[in-house]
Design a protein around this ligand. Structure first.
Ligand code: ZN
Length: 201
């Protein structure tokens, strides 16, 4: 399918129904949040290339496979999604975290729902509209080969934000020490805890 046809089709509504799976819009939002938070942890325990590959094949792949099925696309191989090997994994994850933090701080400080945040991602085909078999409409993150890591992160944030904007306005906090975002008001800070760790012997 030509790229422009994919974009045209993206404005209509796909039904979220991976074979043999009951998946709701809320599940997609949960998975998207879990996937971007997992990558944010690279701030306190840096990712090696293998960790990033695992993230791609695990938490990220779970989020994008429903849209992949709907759009009839095969998953982008890690080597292509990762891009040039000359760019160190630390640079990739740092950029992704910084862009994510800018977006999260923006969403946290909003007084009204921001549609411009998702417009760009939607326009570029990085997220697509869908509905689940319960009739709930929402968004799914898309795996497009040309996407940078930070764009993948932003697509996950956009999908979660649209599903529950109030979480971002009311429940989101960002740790000042380690810059980990969290939603439940409780955060076991890896940086904070390390100060109190007793050394054996
Ligand atoms: Zn912390």
């Amino acid at each position: 399918m030509h790229e422009s046809q994919i974009r045209l089709k993206a404005v209509s509504s796909y039904v979220l129904s991976p074979p043999g799976e009951h998946l709701t819009i809320s599940d997609i939002a949960d998975q998207s949040r879990a996937a971007y938070l997992a990558l944010m942890k690279s701030a306190v325990s840096p990712f090696r290339n293998a960790d990033l590959a695992e993230w791609f094949k695990g938490p990220y792949r779970r989020c994008v496979s429903p849209a992949g099925i709907m759009l009839g696309r095969t998953p982008t191989p890690f080597a292509i999604a990762r891009g040039s090997v000359d760019v160190h994994v630390d640079v990739l994850t740092l950029q992704a975290r910084e862009e994510a933090l800018v977006a999260l701080r923006h969403l946290k400080n909003l007084r009204e729902q921001d549609t411009s945040f998702t417009f760009d991602a939607r326009n570029r085909g990085f997220i697509t509209e869908c509905r689940d078999d319960e009739g709930t409409r929402g968004l799914c993150p898309v795996d497009a080969p040309e996407m940078k890591l930070y764009e993948r992160m932003l697509s996950l944030i956009a999908v979660d934000y649209v599903a529950r904007p109030q979480d971002y306005e009311e429940r989101l906090a960002i740790c000042r020490r380690c810059e980990m975002p969290f939603f439940d008001g409780i955060h076991a800070c890896a940086r904070g805890l390390s100060i109190h760790v007793k050394r054996a012997g």
